[in-house]
Design a protein around this ligand. Sequence first.
Ligand SMILES: Nc1ncnc2c1ncn2[C@@H]1O[C@H](COP(=O)(O)OP(=O)(O)O)[C@@H](O)[C@H]1O
Ligand SMILES: [Mg+2]
Length: 317
Amino acid sequence: MRILVVMDPIERVLIDKDTTFGFLLAAQRRGHEVFYCNTEHLYAEGGEGWARTAPVTVKEDHGDFYRLGPWVDARLGDFHSVWMRQDPPVDRDYLHASFILDLAGDALVVNNPTGVRFANEKLYALQFPEFCPETLVTRDIAVIRRRLAEKGEPLIVKPVDGHGGAGIFLLRPDDRNVSSILETLTGEGERWVVVQQYLPAAREGDKRIILIDGVPVGAILRTPQADDNRGNMHVGGTVSHAELTERDRAICAAVGPRLRQDGLWFVGLDVIGGYLTEINVTSPTGIREVEKLAGVDLGDAYVKWVEGAVAARAQVP
Ligand SMILES: Nc1ncnc2c1ncn2[C@@H]1O[C@H](COP(=O)(O)OP(=O)(O)O)[C@@H](O)[C@H]1O
Ligand SMILES: [Mg+2]
C-alpha cells in the first residue's frame, strides 16, 4: 500500500513513546510505501485534496531515527490510506485540515474526518451516560459553585477541549481559589467546562484501553505522581500493564459498535475506576507502552487492520 501519515513534525518524535512512530515502524516492516507530511502541507485544488509529501523511512535509533526522501506533490486519492495523527487541540486549523482530508477520494482516511469532527473527546463519552461519572457541562460559574456547595465534596473541572492533562483542577468546597479557577477556565463564562464527580480511584490510575475497529486490543494504567492529580503520561504519570475487568469489557461492548459506525477505527478510552471519562479519537497514544509491558505489537495489528479494510473497499463494485 501507499500510505500517507499526516503528523506533527517528525524531528520532535519520541521514538519510545509515540504511537505514530510505532505505526511508521509497523507499516515499513509490513512492506508498505510510507509518506510523511504535516497538516501545513495539505492543500485542496480543483476539488481534490493534495499534500506536499516526502517518502519516509524509520529505525529505532535515537540518534538517527528517520530519513526523508525528496518532497513531491501528491493527490490524497492516490494513496490507499491516509492516517491523520496530528495531536490535539482540535482548533480551527485542525478542523480546516479535516475538511481537506474529506477530499481524499478513495483513500481510507483514519480516523474518518466526519467522525472526528462529530466526537469531542470529552462530550462524546456522555452519549454513554450509564458508564460516565456524574458530569455537568456548563459555562455558568454560579451553577458550578452551587453544585460544589450542595455536594460538599470535591469536584474535577476541566476544559471541554483539553488534552494531556492540561487545565485539570480539583475544586474543594472550602478552597478560596474556586472562583478564580472557574473564571480562568471558563474565560469569565465564555467557554464550557466539564464538571465531574471526583473519582478517588484516580489515585490508583487512569486506564487507557486501545480499540481497533471497536474491539479492545490492549490496555495500560497511568498512575499519577504522589504530588499530582493527573495520571497523564505527558505530566509524569507512571505506566503499568492493565487487564480488562468485566466492567471495562461492558464499556467496550457498548461503545465499540458506535465507534465503528462513526469511522473511529483507532481509539483510546480513558476509564477511571470503571467509569468512562474520555474517548480519544484524534491521535490516541499508548501502543509503545503496550508493546513494552504486554509484548503485543499493536502497530502491527493496526496496519493489518488497515490492509484488510483497504482490500475490502477495493472489492466494493
Ligand atoms: N472525574 C475525575 N476524577 C478524578 N480524576 C480525574 C477525573 N477526570 C480526570 N481526572 C484526572 O485527570 C487526568 C486527565 O483527565 P482526562 O479527562 O482524561 O483529560 P485529558 O484530555 O487531559 O487526558 C486523568 O488521568 C485523571 O488522573
Ligand atoms: Mg485523558
